[in-house]
Design a protein. Sequence first.
Length: 339
Amino acid sequence: MRGAAPVAHETLRPLVFVPGWVALAVVPFVAGLELSPVLQYVPLVASALLLGLPHGAVDHLAVARTRGRRPDLWAIGRVVALYTVVGGAYAVAWFLAPAVAFALFIFVTWFHWGQGDLYTLVVLADADHLRTPVQRLAVVVVRGGLPMLVPLLAFPEWYRRVAVTLVGRFAPDAVAALSPAFRPDVRLGLAIAYSAVVVATLSVGYARATDSAPWRLDAAETFGLVAFFALVPPVLAIGVYFCLWHSLRHIARLLLVDDAATAALGEGDSTAAFARFARDAAPLTLVSLALLAGLALLVPNPPETVPEWVGLYLVFIAVVTLPHVVVVTIMDGEQRIWA
Ligand SMILES: CC1=C(/C=C/C(C)=C/C=C/C(C)=C/C=O)C(C)(C)CCC1
Ligand SMILES: [Fe+2]
């Protein structure tokens, strides 16, 4: 990729891939120990300070850096305006139509977590089996469906409970509008359709791969994640995935557009590179937490328990994810991830 020294990629690769793979292998066993519900929330709560929330807290610098420019006040101001307008409108939507806002959150996350993995496959895993835009869109559907659809198929009651907690901060009765998604026949239909897309996507990829190693990595990750989300209760699974999969991969991407971090990685100094990220991300992570506290005062039913606080945190994440997806999609365009 443009501007990124190959050595930096080499330094990053194990740091990016290994934690997620270890989590896929280990967490199902931990989950088998029947963790108390509160412990299952630990990774999601931790994501407010570590990896999760911070991965989006450098959006104000990311676009300019991706274009090879130093972020000036004007560039930062544009991103702040994007967040205010798009995030603000979506926040209002949560108050007016919470069930619709929840459904949108699921679809946006599906796309966004899929697009994150597409980048990782193309740039960090050197995948050559994703030749066409249609294949790349299919990979986004497959990869995003792992965290967003598989839990609905495997743990519908958990999924419903989380939907109730999010929507319930605004209007407890509104969640009834989502009930068709939990019907067994609808879930069976979704399972069949999704499986067909997974098999077709991997098969076409296999036929087009010249180097089979990245394809094997893609297939192994896909089936590993299917098993992970089918076995691990969703709050725990999503918390782990958000930190160690999506956010870690995106942070690697951010390091590769930051010249100083890339230089540090080129010298094998990953600590210095990640420290730069932490410094860049700290201010807006703290601002985000202050905004979350403000949101808690504004909602009709303020949170009282840990699950309710996490529900509100997820609403806040939803609101900042919409502009975050715009930023990442601009990065995708600049880096020709979909071409
Ligand atoms: C917690 C949880 C859910 C939703 C989590 C979502 C949608 C998280 C999105 C996070 C984002 C977008 C982070 C930014 O990149 C589900 C699937 C309803 C199932 C039950 C557990
Ligand atoms: Fe993200």
